[in-house]
Design a protein around this ligand. Sequence first.
Ligand code: NAD
Length: 474
Amino acid sequence: MSLDITTFYNVINNELTTTTQTRHGINPANRQPNPEVPLSTAEDLDKAVTAARKAFKTWSRTSVEARRKALSAFADAIEANAGALIKLLTQEQGKPLTQSSGEIAAAIKWTRAIPTLTIPEIVIDETEDRKVIQRHIPIGVAGVIVPWNFPVLLAIGKIIPAVYTGNTVIVKPSPFTPYCDLKLAELAARCFPPGVVQALSGGDDLGPMITKHPRIDKISFTGSSVTGRLVMASCAKTLKRVTLELGGNDPAIICADVDIDAVIPKIGTLCFMCSSQICMTIKRLYVHEKIYDEFRDKLVQFVKTLKLGNGTEPDVFFGPVQNRMQFETAQNLIDNIASEGLNTVLGGDIPASAGFFVPPTIVDNPPESSRVVQEEPFAPILPILKWSDEEEVLARANNSDSGLGASVWSQDLERAQRMAEQLEAGNVWVNTHVEVQPDVPFGGHKTSGLGSEWGVAGLTAWCNTQALYLKKNP
Ligand code: NAD
């Protein structure tokens, strides 16, 4: 059955329901309202929690093979409806269709790959009369709280490991981008028993209701570091398990020996993909002084070739930023760049438009203390900074509360790896950035997060560890 992408429902106990009051998101390319979605209440949440708790009793004991079968059917369902989801994602998020297509493809890849992983059961001690085993058992009912930049991949990156390890989930999309997540839950309802995967759309009060709910056992949250602190404080009251994937301010260090022409398109794309609304994209670009001028000029030339427009138009690279709040944050930072008298070599203003369009801005060697270096713009505004001494640039790169990602670019792999190993971040790359895969743990250090998702380490975060002592001769 194909997916209707004109009407939107909560999914509670595998039933599509709506609410007395509704709300809607905004298409960021034209500021027009998207369709109405439910505005969930505490009662809706209670219903979902009751269904999830009931489902947990059987789903947690369902065989791994049966869970894998359901997950495989879910992957097939997403794949069969990929075209509709791609269109819907561009309509709600603003990213160009090609990038929406990449996100849906990644979601399918994650759905298929994560269930191929296993957490090893370790026999820690075995003698003639006893055996001690370390096991991992599911935690219970989880609240899955999703941001607006990658609503599909980031929801899937939580739902799949959670249900694969035997938990049940209630997905809460961002109020800015509820559409694809509600449709994912609708597809899930066709593949899993009632109560295993549910979704509730709501306003700003729904997240706090979930984090404080006494019958929810774990929260997996992706969003800003500011909200992450509120989530953790709220979860502390009921001692919920918490995984936090938070903001970043990733540095990339470009050494003097790079092949400038070869790396510019890659670095330019990585800095500005999704209009720079990616937690782990390059946000501080440190370029060695020997190549600084040539690198900066060629980067500007390259970025000028990237088209800005409605994500539904062909060849567009820069869609709008996702919402008014983000648009105003970008405007505020642009104003600050002007008032500080910083030198912009590209952009530097935001012309009036029908949507939330922010053309790219590149700031030429601003002071390390300026806001554009210190803050996460989450908009296509990039500082490019000059460096000369290795120790000094590593110290500057590490001089941040954030620690999500970081990269070093050089033809000297030994040196680059040595430098990368000194970077304070959960994900470090040599000659690339942003690259992630479902079997590798992803997480941030410092204020960029707590714990990790994906990979075997990510699976264990969805489990309680259990020590089983077996006495063989009672
Ligand atoms: P946000 O923190 O405003 O919102 C994230 C989600 O939390 C939304 O669903 C929101 O409704 C909900 N929420 C808001 N207040 C809440 C509260 N008090 N309690 C519970 N839930 C609450 O973040 P955003 O603006 O949607 O996303 C952008 C941020 O997310 C950026 O900082 C970005 O770097 C970060 N991010 C991090 C990762 C990562 O994996 N580390 C990935 C993507 C985005």
